[in-house]
Design a protein around this ligand. Structure first.
Ligand SMILES: Nc1ncnc2c1ncn2[C@@H]1O[C@H](COP(=O)(O)OP(=O)(O)O)[C@@H](O)[C@H]1O
Ligand SMILES: [Mg+2]
Length: 258
């Protein structure tokens, strides 16, 4: 691996849509077992970067190295089978199917060849449904469950694929503060239990502070800051990206005085 346990390397990655540089020469590394927060205001390029890393979009330039292999020209299913997958910002459940059937699809699509055996896939789906706390809802149609449960199901569907690295794209969006806290606890628990590496995407800064080991901040497609939650939260460039110049100036002055 490229030095101490690096599992994923984003290298000078760019994606242009015509004149728009949605992702602009972004580089960062993710170590095995880490939770990396990927933050930035709406339109910063977070989902586009996720699409690039998981093969949904072809890059304009750069590379994505996963477990020492260049995956930047592979298809999403090939990348998923290698152990890198993602959730969708807009949850895409299979309507007309139950919670368990949805998770079963993930299990069948996943990495482990034994899972193409229906009995094993079904067993795995049941285990994961229990792990995310959806056991009592497993026979509900997805149209009959709440948003927090839908998010849990989306997470379960991805976990059933037995990933090593997961991009969670705004999984907290639409949840109330209590639900956000519960979801954070669940993500941390599952990270440990499944030995997962997580890229945790959010536009609300506060939501990633307590959960991330390190944070990468995107703004207008570029990486503007990378550091610990404490380093990032007080960085004038980050404040400026979120709140505008006026606020950032206040922080700079306060830092100089202090
Ligand atoms: N398929 C696309 N075609 C054209 N522009 C796109 C496409 N996807 C995203 N964009 C643009 O790229 C920029 C970054 O979008 P996105 O990655 O969705 O940001 P974020 O997830 O950080 O909110 C935005 O300006 C968005 O409008
Ligand atoms: Mg997005």
């Amino acid at each position: 691996m490229g030095g101490n346990n690096t599992i994923l390397k984003i290298m000078n990655l760019s994606k242009h849509f015509g004149a728009l540089k949605a992702v602009d020469e972004v580089s960062f590394e993710v170590k095995k077992g880490e939770i990396i927060g990927l933050i930035g205001p709406n339109g910063a390029g977070k989902t586009t970067l996720t699409n690039l890393a998981t093969g949904a979009y072809s890059k304009t330039d750069g590379k994505v190295i996963f477990k020492d292999l260049d995956i930047s020209n592979l298809k999403p299913y090939q990348i998923a089978r290698m152990g890198l997958t993602r959730t969708f910002q807009v949850v895409k459940p299979l309507i007309g199917m139950t919670v368990e059937e949805n998770v079963l699809v993930g299990s069948l699509y996943g990495r482990d060849k034994r899972n193409t055996d229906m009995k094993n896939a079904s067993k795995r789906a049941k285990e994961i449904i229990k792990l995310v706390g959806l056991e009592s809802k497993k026979d509900f149609l997805v149209s009959d469950i709440t948003l927090p449960d839908l998010k849990k199901m989306e997470f379960a569907r991805v976990l059933a694929m037995e990933p090593e690295v997961v991009f969670l794209d705004e999984v907290m969006a639409g949840l109330n503060p209590t639900e956000v806290t519960e979801a954070s606890i669940l993500v941390k628990k599952i990270r440990l239990e499944k030995d997962l590496t997580i890229v945790y995407i959010e536009h609300i800064m506060k939501a990633v502070m307590g959960i991330s080991d390190r944070i990468v901040v995107l703004h207008h497609g570029r990486k503007i800051v990378e550091g610990t939650p404490q380093e990032v939260v007080n960085d004038p460039a980050v404040v400026e990206a979120y709140l505008g110049k006026r606020y950032a100036k206040g922080i700079k002055e306060a830092n100089n005085e202090g």
